[in-house]
Ligand binder design. Structure first.
Ligand SMILES: Cc1cc2nc3c(=O)[nH]c(=O)nc-3n(C[C@H](O)[C@H](O)[C@H](O)COP(=O)(O)O)c2cc1C
Length: 203
């Protein structure tokens, strides 16, 4: 599955097979991280894939691996890390590997070689015990209206996707707030078709 298709299926995984991933897979993950796109290439960051013994979390569950992430504290450094590692999250899930960002955790008995960098977050990684993917009807999402009052054309595909989930064609009546936030549903569809956004998740 490619990264874009994965957006519509991925979910955080909190139940893992304890068996570690093989070295070849871990190297593939490192290779992807090393080549992921950065939001701001001027911010130095680093990571290490640690095992369970080197992690302390508040979670009741454990994963065989955790990516511990560090960064220089420059403007937008959190956004930079989010931008890079959300690609990694999609990559992992596209390969059948589960992951979950964990704010409530940190490395234990591990010191980053560059101690000027701040510890940011860990991400658990491993083969999932249950289903890796979420079916489309299992998504529970707030509407974009609830989380943003900004009109941003980059959100159009997500808005359209949301509209479709709420009002599948052919009965796609949309609420007055949605109408003011966007355009008409038909206009949105036309815009997205033209931009080539219609192949994934949006019918
Ligand atoms: C910055 C960040 C920190 C998070 N911290 C935790 C955490 O400590 N524990 C946890 O179970 N999930 C954590 N999550 C995962 C979110 O709970 C999860 O992404 C959210 O519920 C949406 O679910 P989904 O990823 O399955 O779509 C975190 C997510 C982010 C982006």
């Amino acid at each position: 599955m490619n990264l874009e298709d994965t957006i519509y299926k991925r979910q955080s995984i909190r139940s893992y097979d304890a068996t570690p991933l093989d070295n070849e897979t871990l190297d593939e993950i490192r290779d992807f991280i090393d080549n992921a796109k950065e939001l701001n290439p001027n911010i130095k960051w680093s990571y290490e894939i640690l095992s369970t013994e080197n992690i302390s979390t508040m979670m009741r569950w454990k994963a065989p691996h955790y990516i511990a992430i560090f960064s220089d504290e420059k403007e937008n450094f959190y956004q930079n890390i989010g931008f890079i590692f959300q690609q990694v999250d999609l990559f992992l899930q596209s390969k059948g590997i589960g992951s979950c960002w964990i704010g409530m955790g940190s490395p234990k008995n591990y010191k980053n070689p560059d101690d000027s960098q701040k510890f940011i977050i860990i991400i658990s990684v491993g083969k999932p015990k249950g289903n890796l993917y979420r079916e489309i009807d299992q998504f529970r999402r707030k509407s974009l209206d609830d989380i943003s009052d900004k009109r941003d054309e980059r959100l159009t595909p997500a808005l359209l996707h949301n509209l479709h989930l709420q009002h599948p064609i052919p009965n796609h009546g949309i609420s007055p707030t949605m109408m003011t936030a966007a355009m008409t549903y038909t206009e949105l569809r036309a815009e997205c078709l033209e931009a080539g956004f219609m192949e994934n998740g949006i019918r």
